[in-house]
Design a protein around this ligand. Structure first.
Ligand code: NDP
Length: 394
């Protein structure tokens, strides 16, 4: 029995609201709040169960606290943007409500991906007797849980983890991003970074590549990137020596991105245009298709998983182990009106919320998902639309 407040009525927020609404025995009351009430109304119309909607600016702490006091939820699911993470966490502290998100905090003026800002809230959450669950989407999220599962059931010691994210789908547009364009482009244009023997090694953005044969999709080239789960896995997987994150991009995407970067349209610092300041990347976002609008014509699948190496357990172990999920864009759209990237993010957020609501995962402080028992989460994934497959390779 839980009352949940979802903040952010975009692609991910729509999936979270729809999936929570389908589990009335856990989520007895749902309120969706966002900057534009029209977006909440659109999602409300799609859901075949009454949910409340509210307008809120989640950058405004006092407005947010008023809303939380009025709604009085047990948990807030933050499906807005990384810029709002800290304000929403402050509102949770002010009102004594648990918190969950899918992306680490980012300041607007600096594309730096780092959990430190949110980890620094640990003591205050502990003192207030509430919990924050960070990064409960797919990557970060399920990828971290795959690692915790492998650590519990397959390996005595994990040496290396490679997270591989492949979107083998086609939306038919020359250039579009699969989730919020501003956040996505900040991420892919940042320097790549990987972890080796206790050190972080930085490389030029998207400059390192290799190919992988993705199940159900085929051979794809992927690029090395920095992704926030590497930071928490380096801290939470004892003894891990190597951590890398890879993502596939079509040649057409990379060509467009290079041109946009070369002409300065991916800049996040303000420039003066006709007497007023504009941020080129925000202007570009206004021109690009809304990721939520891509779902209708999206075909193909995503395949996201972890290739893990180490010293296997005596009986059920392996030296090399691959665990992944395949998600079909068209099937996701049929079920919830969203493409697979939003679906694979929203479903884990709902499952994390369910585990908190039912007391299966509990704690006081700020946590990453791999700090909890992975088994109940892994059990719920296929039940709510994200089946997983494991391969013992060596
Ligand atoms: P969208 O831009 O589609 O949705 C974000 C929503 O938040 C929009 O409705 C937006 O309102 C609303 N919002 C923005 N600012 C505020 C504010 N100040 N107050 C209230 N509402 C606000 O993004 P996505 O759904 O694509 O992504 C959502 C989040 O999911 C992002 O943080 C992203 O990084 C994360 N993500 C995580 C993944 C994972 O696997 N872990 C994968 C993909 C995404 P408006 O419509 O007015 O702009």
């Amino acid at each position: 029995m839980s009352r949940v407040l979802i903040i952010g009525a975009g692609g991910v927020g729509g999936v979270v609201a729809t999936k929570c609404a389908a589990v009335p025995e856990v989520f007895t009351d749902i309120v969706l709040a966002s900057r534009k009430i029209e977006k909440c109304e659109m999602i409300q119309r799609r859901i075949n169960r009454p949910i409340g909607i509210e307008k809120v600016d989640a950058d405004d702490l006092s407005e947010l606290v008023d809303l939380v006091e009025e709604v009085s939820p047990d948990l807030i699911i933050n499906a807005a943007l990384p810029y709002q993470d800290l304000t929403i966490m402050e509102a949770c502290l002010a009102t004594g409500v648990d918190y969950l998100d899918t992306a680490n905090y980012e300041p607007r003026d600096e594309a730096r991906f780092c959990y430190r800002w949110q980890w620094d809230y640990h003591r205050r959450f502990q003192k207030r007797g509430i919990m924050a669950l960070l990064g409960c989407g797919f990557d970060p999220g399920v990828t971290n849980i795959f690692c915790a599962y492998a650590q519990k059931h397959v390996f005595d010691e994990i040496d290396g983890i490679e997270i591989m994210d492949c979107n083998g789908g086609d939306h038919g547009r020359p250039f579009a991003t699969n989730f919020n364009p501003e956040i996505n482009i900040r991420e892919v244009t940042a320097p790549g970074r990987y972890y080796e023997d206790g050190r972080w090694i930085e490389v030029d953005p998207l400059s390192v590549s290799k190919t992988f044969d993705f199940p159900g999709i085929g051979q794809r080239e992927m690029r090395l990137m920095y992704h926030e789960e590497l930071e928490s896995l380096a801290k939470n997987i004892p003894g891990v020596r190597r951590l890398k994150f890879w993502m596939t991009f079509s040649p057409e995407y990379l060509t467009h991105l290079r041109v946009l970067q070369n002409v300065g349209l991916t800049r996040i610092d303000p420039v003066v245009y006709e007497g007023r300041e504009i941020v080129p990347l925000k202007f570009l976002k206004a021109l690009l298709p809304e990721p939520a609008s891509l779902g209708k014509s999206y075909e193909g699948k995503t395949c996201i998983g972890c290739l893990i190496e180490g010293k296997g357990k005596k009986d059920a172990g392996a030296k090399k182990y691959y665990i992944y999920n395949l998600c079909d864009h068209a099937k996701a759209y049929q079920e919830v009106g969203a493409q697979a990237v939003h679906y694979t993010t929203g479903v884990p957020a709902m499952i994390g919320a369910m585990l908190i609501a039912t007391g299966v995962w509990s704690g006081e402080g700020v946590f990453n998902v791999e700090e909890f028992d992975p088994d109940p989460f892994m059990e719920l994934l296929p039940r709510y639309g994200l089946p997983w497959t494991e391969e013992f390779l060596e």
